[in-house]
Design a protein around this ligand. Sequence first.
Ligand SMILES: *[C@@H]1O[C@H](CO)[C@@H](O)[C@H](O)[C@H]1NC(C)=O
Length: 196
Amino acid sequence: MLFVTFIVPFFVNHVLALEAPIPGYKVQEMTWKVDPFNNGTIVEITGTVQDVIAELYKINPQYLEHHFMVDDDSDKLTITHKQDNHVICNPRPGHWVHARYYPIQDGISYLRQIGGRPELSAGPGTCSRVSCSWKSAIWWCNDDDKPMSLDSFGDIADCAQEIVDICHKRDQWEFYVVGQNFNDGNWNCIVRGANC
Ligand SMILES: *[C@@H]1O[C@H](CO)[C@@H](O)[C@H](O)[C@H]1NC(C)=O
C-alpha cells in the first residue's frame, strides 16, 4: 500500500508580509514589554494585543485573570457625538472594508488594560497593527519623521473609541465601523476590516 503525505503549507500566512493599511505606508510589528509575574522580569512579545494575551496566558494564566476583563458595558452603545473633525469615517471607500463593532470594542478594552508604552520608529506613515480579531483591526501610525512613543496604549484606545463613537453604522443586526482619526501629536489611528 502506498501512502502519500501532503505537506500542508500552513506556514504561508506567516511568510507573507503584513500589508500596510494604506499603500506606501510602512508596517512595523509592535513589540510589547510585559511583566507576567509582576516581579520586574520583563518579557518582550511581538504582534497584536491578542498575541500578547495568548502568550501571557501560556506564561502565567493567573496574570490574565487579574489584569484582563472584557468590558461588560461594551454592548451598550455610548453615542457621544463628539464634534471632532479629525475623524474621517470611511476615508477610503472601496478599499477599506468595515470592521465589526464588538471585536473592536474588545480590542479597545484590552489596550486600556495592558501596561507599557507604545513605540514606533520614524515615519511618516509607519504603522503598527496593535489589535486584530474577527477580521477587525486597530492600527496606530506615526506621521512624524522622528521615532514616537505615547504614554500608554490607552491613548490609542481613546483614538479608536472616537472613531467607533462617530462612525459606527448598523447593518441588520450588527454594528460596523471604519474610519481614521488624526491626532494633533502627528499620529493617527485606523479602524478597519482586516485578515486576522
Ligand atoms: C519572577 O517570577 C518568575 C516565575 O516565578 C521567575 O522565573 C523570575 O526569575 C522572577 N524574577 C525575579 C526578578 O524574581
